[in-house]
Design a protein around this ligand. Structure first.
Ligand code: UT7
Length: 335
């Protein structure tokens, strides 16, 4: 029997309707379109509005998009993983709520938190269940409502982040397509450079933490930037080397969309041409766990069976890694 590999066989996405443009941000903080565009590549981001709407709202919509497009019966799904840094609430699983609301009544489910590397680590996790031979349909969703933890008076962070969700279905493949290799890392000494200090058990939310604005994202942008470029290039380079891949073998580079300059610098370090670099940061900003599935969704119509995709991500924790995947199908879409 040939080895079972885990392939992505369907994609879906959802972004909220409300568009927060650079122009609008100019009226909120001391910034301008020229600075944001040249320093980050971002033109606009989506924001989820509406009382009581959390990350699951977008996760459900992205999953429903996937189910509809691929004509998948939700009752066939055995596992739902929601990668998110902004769960609906502490204690109650966002994935459980999402799974039930999409009709995945035979599935178990759990949340996975690895900040901006959440979806990448989720790809690794989903693939292991498939490769075990015990599971045939694993739904991986990356979703984040970053606007819930952003201080819209802090120009260092509010210009970067947006809300969104994307979903992929992993299924067994016996043609050798799907996930080929991975190199995943973390380093907890990076925690001080990117965090929401008062959001969990170490500094529970109090009137005092709110007054100090510790319930919002803090980021030392320069340190994160340097670590992101160095580490994403390092792990992607290692993946290429140990799989004997040269840049000619790579069809696409799909990197976490945090800053266009980070992506460009990483691609340059591994010697990749611009045409191979997937980019949609201008439309959505940094959507944390959703950047990679939103990329795949936007590029789906251009992907061909057998395409070699190198994924890379870097985020809070620090967490980072790279995955080498062979695309498993030709898109039906004509656009
Ligand atoms: O998803 C993973 C986690 N996140 C990341 O990977 C993000 C990594 N970091 C970055 O993307 C960049 O560091 C930022 C976009 C956050 C900032 O860009 P930068 O080129 O590192 O700018 P900076 O923080 O060094 O600031 C340069 C100048 C400063 O002014 P002075 O001190 O030179 O006079 C800032 O005060 O730009 C100023 N500045 C702004 N000006 C206009 C900072 N933010 C803004 C702003 N608009 N929004």
């Amino acid at each position: 029997m040939s080895k079972i590999s885990a392939a992505i066989t369907a994609v879906g996405a959802y972004v909220p309707e409300y568009i927060l443009t650079n122009k609008i941000l100019e009226s909120m903080v001391d910034t301008n379109d020229e600075w944001i565009t040249s320093r980050t590549g971002i033109k606009e981001r989506r924001i989820l509005k509406g009382e009581g709407k959390g990350t699951s709202y977008m996760a459900i919509k992205a999953a429903q998009d996937l189910l509809k497009k691929s004509n998948t019966n939700p009752e066939d799904i055995e596992l739902v993983i929601v990668a998110t840094a902004t769960p609906d609430m502490q204690a109650a699983s966002t994935a459980a709520y999402t799974a039930t609301h999409i009709g995945a009544i035979n599935a178990f489910s759990f949340d996975l938190e690895a900040a901006c590397s959440g979806f990448l680590f989720g790809m690794s996790t989903a693939a292991k269940y498939i490769e075990s031979g015990r599971y045939k349909n694993v739904l991986l969703i990356g979703a984040d409502k970053n606007s819930s933890m952003i201080n819209y008076e802090d120009r260092a962070t509010c210009i970067i982040f947006g809300d969104g969700a994307g979903a992929v279905l992993f299924q067994p493949n016996e043609e050798g397509l799907g996930l080929q290799d991975e190199y995943l890392r973390s380093d907890g000494t990076g925690r001080e450079f990117l965090q929401v200090k008062s959001s969990g058990s170490s500094y529970p939310v109090t009137a005092e933490t709110i007054a100090k604005k510790e319930n919002f994202v803090f980021q030392d942008g320069k340190t994160v930037f340097k670590n992101a470029v160095f580490n994403m290039a390092d792990v992607a380079g290692k993946i290429l080397k140990r799989n004997n891949l040269t840049n000619n073998d790579i069809t696409w580079f799909a990197a976490h969309q945090a800053n266009k300059r980070i992506i460009d610098a990483t691609a340059k370090r591994i010697d990749l041409e611009n045409e191979k670099v997937m980019m949609n940061i201008e439309k959505y900003g940094n959507t944390t766990s959703a950047t990679l599935p939103l990329l795949i969704n936007d590029y789906e119509s251009q992907l061909k069976k057998g395409d070699t995709i190198i994924f890379a991500a870097f985020g809070g924790g620090f967490t980072w890694g790279s995955i080498y995947l062979k695309w498993a199908y030709n898109s039906q879409k004509t656009n």
